[in-house]
Ligand binder design. Sequence first.
Ligand SMILES: [Zn+2]
Length: 205
Amino acid sequence: MAKHRNINKLSKLLQEVLVELGEDTNREGLLETPARWAKSLLTQTEGTKENPAEHLKTIFELPEDIYPDYSEDMIIVDKIEFSSLCEHHIAPFKGLTHIGYIPNPNTRKIVGLSKLSRVVDLFSQKLQIQERLTNQITQAIYDYLKPLGVITVIQARHYCMIQRGVKQRNSVTTTIAKRGIFTEQNNLENKFQNYISLKLEKKMG
Ligand SMILES: [Zn+2]
């Protein structure tokens, strides 16, 4: 199995890292560490192996009695937890993703709600930067669902910042990406922001 081979090869490399750090890799606490480390690295980069957008293929059509005409009604899935690896420091960054979209009244396509969090998962399980993560999620939904518009907000804490000093411990990085009607009508973004901000401070605080 390819995955198993990967773990063995990675374990050996990570063992060398520990030796280079001056560790005795034969001491009890470290015996299984390279294998565990390898496993966790492989899990955290699992999204590299598939196209996350594939998960957006399971789409439904809105029933006829909803959205007879153009509507500003939004579907919002918020507080999707994620954890990713910053590609500059291979340090975790984690936080919350909030997605809102307005279905297209012509195609009437919507997506299973759990698929959105699956997409967030897979795009985060690779070496990332928060800006790209936000954009990839948004673009995938825009390409596959073809909604009137879509907006994604990500709020995250970066461990590479936290480790640099006490001063940065509380800083939260926010990134926003939007497509379609959200780029044309600011009131829609405000509507979305108002809705999610009610809950955000509590959760991130
Ligand atoms: Zn970083």
